[in-house]
Ligand binder design. Structure first.
Ligand SMILES: [Zn+2]
Length: 269
């Protein structure tokens, strides 16, 4: 759909079969902190980072999300064609379903972790959780844990947080606003969506354990997540306050408690 179509038509976009309607509902684009903007749908967190020589987009929502994302970017006064790098937190259809379309629109390079690159390339066919598929994309470069993704004045650190998918990943950056530096984390919370006894993903429990250790070692001032509700984004926008170190610690703790309970039930320990 052309992004300049009237809002009423965008509002009437049908949700993809079986997905909650809020995943496909438009949500106003807005600035979170510094040069970082929310451009996703009501529930699917898509984040635009504006840079001196081009922009980075993290997550592209469902297959029906790209027109909404492009309209959001234009509503902010920016051009989706300035996106140079596409990243995701996790190679699931609700975050990479729009990769192929956004790649085509912008010509951006696709960067992915070693764990998620195969899923992106085969449209999710090799997903050990058996999730719905999506349009496959060519991965231009594999990114490694700890490396910095550099683009003009942007530097984004790769923080490996596997377990939700084999290559789930978070990204850390420093944002400057009003002379103050703030640590920003694009977090992938390690929620468990597949069996813990999993022949297709034998290291899932070890991966999840390492992700909790990793996430608890970080102290972001501001954090966002792949799902807007995970980080209470709508309430934060209403309040105009995005600093939330306590909320971050609580969200990670909730996730870990859920994981520990599942280990007990599924593995009996
Ligand atoms: Zn997922």
């Amino acid at each position: 759909m052309h992004p300049c179509l009237p809002a009423v038509l965008i509002l009437s976009l049908p949700a993809l079969a079986g997905t909650p309607p809020e995943w496909s509902r438009p949500f106003p684009a807005h600035r979170i902190v510094g040069n970082v903007y929310f451009v996703g749908t009501e529930e699917l967190g898509c984040y635009l980072i504006r840079g001196s020589v081009g922009d980075i987009l993290i997550n592209t929502g469902l297959a029906d999300s790209p027109p909404l994302i492009a309209a959001n970017i234009r509503a902010l006064g920016f051009d989706p064609k300035h996106i140079r790098i596409l990243l995701t937190n996790q190679a699931h259809y609700d975050h990479v379903g729009g990769f192929a379309a956004m790649q085509k629109l912008s010509g951006a390079r696709v960067l992915a972790t070693p764990g998620d690159a195969p899923l992106l390339a085969d449209g999710g066919a090799s997903d050990p959780g058996g999730m719905d598929g999506f349009a496959p994309v060519k991965v231009d470069r594999v990114i490694k844990d700890g490396e910095e993704i550099l683009l003009g004045d942007l530097a984004l650190k790769v923080v490996s947080t596997p377990g939700h998918t084999p290559g789930s990943v978070s990204y850390e950056m420093t944002v400057r606003e009003g002379g103050k530096a703030r640590r920003l984390l694009f977090a992938n919370l390690p929620t468990v969506v597949m069996p813990l006894k999993n022949p297709q993903y034998p290291r899932i429990v070890a991966d999840l354990r390492s992700s909790f250790v990793r996430l608890k070692s970080l102290n972001p001032d501001v954090w966002v997540a792949a799902h807007a509700s995970q980080c209470g984004l709508a309430a934060k926008r209403k309040a105009g306050i995005y600093e939330d170190p306590k909320g971050y610690a609580a969200a990670v703790a909730r996730c870990e408690a859920d994981f520990v309970a599942k280990v007990k039930v599924e593995l009996g320990k």
